[in-house]
Ligand binder design. Structure first.
Ligand SMILES: Cc1ncc(COP(=O)(O)O)c(C=O)c1O
Length: 404
């Protein structure tokens, strides 16, 4: 494994300081991570060497075709997909999910049921709520006080009317990792589609869509060291069946059938480099093996820091850590808390004075914050650990929180 210093040297923004000379400390990864130099270079190199639209006869256009093909190939390996034809690209995860929902609105019937969860980001709730306009019933699985889903409730809610289960793999507000394999089992004798939101999961754990057995999986490259691009995996032949909204002049087959207009080719070139960056942290005979190994290393590093942060914050007076602990469960390295006397926003203002970047609020996972009764307190303060964070940074953060 590369040393943490070597990993950090790849991220130029980690050297930034505020005007008091405090080194920046990024714990805002769940809202978007920093990017390594290789990603920055790939974006700018694209403009220097390939800038063009696709499918032309001239060199820059052919280079752009190559950029897009190799990016789809890389994402396909990254997600364990059957082929690059399963990978569609969008502005972000939310836009892709809305496109899927519009397509389903023509397919689902009055009385059909779609299951979502109280823990999810609105990007995996709002699009499905629009189906109520065509008579589809939206069913919500309950969130328990410890930050986990109620799987008894989940199982009870699945029935012959269920046409789609749309759930997150990991919560961006609490760091819970959901038992999506259990839900897959619940669906065994049902004909429902299974869609996974991997946006908060993909930065921390390796993914194999074929093993997950999902029909759709969505993630966002800006959460795993890349540019602002949304990615959609669809099972082979599924996109053609659901007929997304599109122009008559565009390709009418996957993966292009759901992609509208000209894509952000430069950012897509950056996505390839982000995946290369992750692979460079691991060892293995194949690219996928490197990625899987890299995630074991990333997971161990992030878990150590996050579990230390969780247990130390838990000891502090007036600090109430929200969400599951790190003892037995698989857990994302995202730690949220509330302060007895300060709002989450006031906490973040104070942390910002020490150049610590942390987010406050509900992070669009509004229902989870409401279900835990935390909305009036301004939501939670969220500290998200990424591969470039160090134990010293975590100690500095604990010190800063203890002074609150
Ligand atoms: C769990 C989760 N799902 C979905 C989204 C939406 O992603 P995007 O910004 O790519 O639309 C986010 C963004 O924060 C997220 O954390």
């Amino acid at each position: 494994m590369k040393s943490i210093d070597s990993v950090r040297s790849e991220f130029p923004s980690l050297l930034n300081k505020d005007d008091k000379g405090n080194q920046v400390l990024y714990l805002d990864g769940p809202g978007g991570t920093q990017v390594p130099t290789s990603v920055i270079n790939s974006v700018s190199d694209y403009y220097k060497e390939c800038n063009s639209n696709t499918h032309g006869e001239f060199l820059s256009s052919k280079k752009t075709d190559d950029v897009m093909e190799s990016m789809r190939e890389k994402v396909s390996t990254f997600l364990g997909a059957e082929s690059k034809e399963c990978i569609s690209i969008g502005h972000n995860m939310t836009t892709l999910n809305f496109s899927l929902a519009r397509a389903f609105s023509k397919m689902f019937k009055v009385g059909d049921e779609v299951i979502v969860t109280e823990l999810d980001h609105e990007a995996n709730r709002g699009p499905w709520r629009t189906l109520e306009n065509v008579g589809v019933k939206l069913i919500e699985v309950k969130l328990l006080k410890d930050g986990s889903l109620d799987y008894v409730d989940f199982k009870n809610k699945i029935n012959d009317k269920t046409v789609l289960v749309a759930m997150g793999m990991s919560s961006n507000s609490l760091g819970t990792v959901n038992d999506f394999m259990k839900v897959k089992d619940f669906l065994q004798n049902h004909n429902a589609l299974f869609l996974l939101d991997a946006v908060h999961y993909a930065p921390h754990f390796s993914i194999d869509v074929q093993n997950l057995g999902c029909d759709f999986l969505l993630c966002s490259a800006y959460k795993f060291y890349g540019p602002h691009i949304g990615l959609l995996y669809s099972k082979p032949n599924l996109l053609e069946k659901i007929q997304p909204e599109r122009l008559v002049v565009q390709d009418q087959f996957a993966p292009f059938i759901i992609e509208t207009g000209t894509l952000n080719h430069a950012a897509c070139n950056g996505v390839s480099s982000a995946i290369d960056f992750i692979a460079s942290l691991g060892k293995g005979a194949t690219y996928k093996e490197k990625l899987v190994d890299a995630y074991i290393i990333i997971g161990k590093h992030e878990f150590e820091l996050a579990s230390h942060l969780y247990s130390e914050l838990n000891k502090l007076e007036k600090i109430n850590v929200v969400g599951q602990d790190f003892k037995s469960k698989k857990r994302s390295p995202t730690v949220s808390f509330v302060h007895d006397d300060l709002t989450a926003n006031e906490v973040c203002q104070k942390l910002a004075q020490e150049n610590i970047c942390a987010w406050d609020g509900h992070f669009y996972a509004l229902k989870s914050i409401q279900a835990l009764g935390l909305e009036e307190k301004g939501g939670v303060t969220r500290l998200g650990i990424s591969v470039y964070n160090t134990l010293d940074e975590i100690k500095r953060t604990i010190q800063a929180v203890s002074k609150l």
